[in-house]
Design a protein around this ligand. Structure first.
Ligand SMILES: [Zn+2]
Length: 264
């Protein structure tokens, strides 16, 4: 397995450390990358095929699950208080430049862009992203707690702070719960995500620890087809050896430069 190129990007994108160019070239020769998004971008762009024919998959990750089904059944009031507090806090935050850069990239690539996020907030939507799935659910949605009930999740920004305030399902009478994938539950939209991992030619992974499954395995799945795999985040992930490049930096600082460079 090739070791990834690891670099710091404190000044934004692209990285300018010319000392790593030799290594980059060797990786390029061996792995045959189709897209370069580091300091060698200009050099390699000449031999890259038309960007318009590429399909991108982006795994945007961070935690957000917070609980498990047993905890909800044992004490739904406590669980709803936790998520109500998170709903309240979510209303006070805004998209950062990283969110906006990804929305801009989506506008440029259109149907060739796909965003899979573990985040449960709506910051990507607020920034303008449309082609995305929330594999761990959405904080601002509620659904029935009965697994066999087919009531669809619905938008809901209300806070439920007491047992009496928790609403019940109009169809089956069970308590409503946050539309969040809790520990022990299967993440959402996995078929769609696996399909995108199968067809993408560039996988950009942002801010994950590389430990939590199934997201930690996405890079290995994508690389079956020699997908170019790039990681961006403040710390080296546990699965860094599977990436072609690991760029150390905050997404909000690195991604805008990356997108600007890609759009040329
Ligand atoms: Zn129901």
């Amino acid at each position: 397995m090739l070791r990834p190129i690891i670099r710091q990007a404190p000044q934004g994108w692209p990285a300018t450390d010319t000392s790593v160019k030799k290594d980059n070239d060797s990786i390029a020769d061996i792995a045959g990358p189709r897209v370069r998004v580091d300091g060698c971008w200009r050099q390699c762009r000449k031999r890259a095929p038309d960007l318009s024919r590429r399909r991108w998959t982006l795994a945007r990750t961070s935690g957000g699950r917070g609980s498990h089904p047993q905890a909800f059944h044992a004490n739904p009031e406590l669980v709803w208080q936790f998520y109500s507090e998170r709903r309240k806090r979510a209303a006070t935050v805004s998209p950062n430049p990283g969110h906006r850069a990804l929305a801009e990239l989506e506008r440029a690539l259109d149907e060739r862009f796909f965003l899979c996020t573990q985040n449960v907030d709506s910051l990507h939507e607020q920034a303008g992203s449309q082609r995305l799935v929330h594999m761990h659910g959405r904080l601002m949605q509620t659904r029935c707690s009965r697994e066999t009930c087919h009531i669809a999740p619905f938008d809901d920004e209300r806070l439920y702070l007491s047992r009496a305030e928790i609403p019940t399902c109009l169809q089956c009478g069970a308590l409503l719960r946050p539309h969040i994938c809790w520990f022990g539950e299967v993440p959402f939209a996995m078929d769609r995500i696996f399909e995108q991992l199968r067809v993408c030619t560039v996988l950009l992974t942002v801010g994950t620890s590389g430990v939590v499954e199934p997201a930690a395995s996405f890079v290995r799945m994508a690389r079956i087809n020699r997908t170019r795999a790039i990681y961006i985040g403040p710390e080296e992930p546990a699965n860094s050896k599977f990436f072609d490049e690991v760029v150390l930096g905050k997404a909000g600082e690195v991604l805008p430069g990356l997108v600007k460079e890609l759009r040329g």
